[in-house]
Design a binder for this molecule. Structure first.
Ligand SMILES: [Zn+2]
Length: 221
């Protein structure tokens, strides 16, 4: 196989960042059936420590952010990086899921991406590539902390134009020149964000990484 000689694609599978259509590779260029030439999204068949270590290598300088600390019984269900071989990733995401008192099982996906990638939109179920004009309009609806830095303001992104399922709440903002997206399912889980969350770059975890819990169903998108 094309990827076997260099290690890429052995542990993580390639897909389109913007849709679920099949992708193919020819002489190092990846194409989506619908979107043409793409930088592929690399995602594991099974989320686990081994595939996550491979993911962190692929993400390079692009942070992979998780709500931190993870509540008891929460686990990482999925992750991925949008990356070309030999370059830092253009986007990354991680999904965690677990029980809450208010909403039963909640799923949270955190996406970090350069403008124009479209991974956050896909996860949010939107058809456009980047968050809309609501970002920066009026007071923010939530704030998250990235490590010890200033809080990052987030605005609610309306998804009702895309479909009528209302199964999720989407927030987005901008941090260090990248889009930061939070997608919560069910939609009512947005209330959990009234407490200011801390997001941790998993690449900074060090030895604690070995204790990161994996498992559960990956997100449906
Ligand atoms: Zn596509």
């Amino acid at each position: 196989m094309h990827a076997a000689h260099n290690g890429w694609g052995m542990v993580l599978g390639a897909g389109c960042p913007r849709c679920a259509s099949p992708v193919s590779e020819d002489a190092g260029t990846w194409r989506c059936l619908d979107h043409g030439p793409i930088t592929p999204l690399w995602r594991p068949a099974d989320a686990g420590y081994g595939t996550f270590a491979e993911h962190l290598t692929r993400a390079g300088a692009m942070p992979t952010l998780l709500p931190w600390p993870l509540p008891p019984s929460w686990a990482v269900t999925d992750f991925g990086a949008v990356a070309q071989e030999g370059r830092d990733a253009r986007a990354s995401f991680a999904t965690v899921s677990g029980p809450t008192d208010l909403d039963g099982v909640v799923e949270v996906t955190v996406v970090t991406e350069e403008p124009g990638v479209g991974l956050g939109s896909r996860c949010a179920g939107l058809t456009r590539t980047d968050p809309g004009a609501e970002i920066g309009e009026g007071p923010p609806h939530a704030k998250v902390r990235l490590g010890g830095h200033q809080p990052v303001p987030l605005w609610s992104v309306l998804t009702s134009g895309a479909d009528a399922t209302f199964d999720r709440s989407v927030f987005a903002g901008e941090a260090t020149g990248r889009w930061l997206w939070l997608v919560l399912r069910p939609a009512s889980a947005a209330l959990l964000l009234k407490d200011e969350w801390m997001l941790m770059n998993v690449a900074d975890l060090g030895p604690e990484l070995i204790d990161l819990p994996f498992g559960g169903s990956p997100p449906a998108w």
